[in-house]
Design a protein around this ligand. Structure first.
Ligand SMILES: C[S@@+](CC[C@H](N)C(=O)[O-])C[C@H]1O[C@@H](n2cnc3c(N)ncnc32)[C@H](O)[C@@H]1O
Length: 203
């Protein structure tokens, strides 16, 4: 399919999408917010007072949702892209996989955190298999980082694509956490390989 035809299809899809319309009415920067809301409705990991790292946070709807609906959360949001200011959120621009940025995250909390959420995704290349591998690698790196920064009863929620590395990532997450769930929220598009990994309690 030609590039301008793909983008026209994308624009039409966005116009028809109820989640896009709802996000505009409710003042959220992305329809992705409803994925977080639906995952949380099922697994109930968001609570007042938690310390939270939001990986791949731009444009910022997950952080907006947490800061709007929960009191006294300490939230750090990081993304390769600049995130427009959100009240009560500490924002970092940079690659989360870089040691220097991981050090900044640890220094900000100066303690273990309760929750790491990751909606990180690589730029779409048009090749769904390649995209799932690259996004899977980001999920692995997020797991690796999380196991050193969260509390014993902490939780990890991450985007993960169905694909060749899916089973390997789920297996690795089971080595780190006691409880693992895989969930595709209704707001995740049917034609996407996207799923979410929800992990509880460090081993
Ligand atoms: C689907 S968007 C996240 C949407 C966000 N949850 C929201 O609600 O607005 C995925 C983000 O992951 C970011 N990302 C990808 N690789 C990253 C990395 N290595 N470090 C930090 N952010 C990354 C991208 O820049 C992109 O903004």
């Amino acid at each position: 399919m030609k590039k301008n035809k793909i983008s026209k299809n994308w624009i039409n899809k966005q116009r028809r999408d109820i989640y896009v319309r709802k996000s505009k009415i409710e003042g959220y920067r992305s329809r992705a917010v409803y994925k977080l809301e639906e995952i949380n409705n099922k697994f109930k990991f968001l609570k007042n007072g938690l310390s939270v790292v939001d990986l791949g946070a731009a444009p910022g709807s997950w952080s907006q949702f947490m800061s709007k609906n929960y009191k006294n959360m300490k939230i750090l949001a990081i993304d390769l892209k600049k995130i427009d200011k959100i009240d009560n959120i500490f924002q970092l621009k940079g690659d989360f996989t870089e040691k220097d940025n991981q050090k900044k995250i640890k220094e900000y909390f100066n303690d273990k955190v309760d929750l790491v959420v990751s909606d990180m995704a690589a730029n779409t290349s048009g090749n769904k298999n390649l995209d799932s591998i690259v996004t899977g690698e980001l999920c692995l790196q997020a797991l690796e980082f999380t196991k050193n920064i969260i509390k014993k009863d902490g939780q990890f929620v991450s985007k993960l694509f169905m694909g060749t590395t899916f089973n390997e990532i789920v297996k690795y997450s089971k080595e780190i956490f006691e409880e693992i769930n895989i969930f595709k929220p209704p707001a995740s598009r049917k034609d996407s390989k996207e799923n979410f990994l929800v992990c509880k309690k460090l081993r």
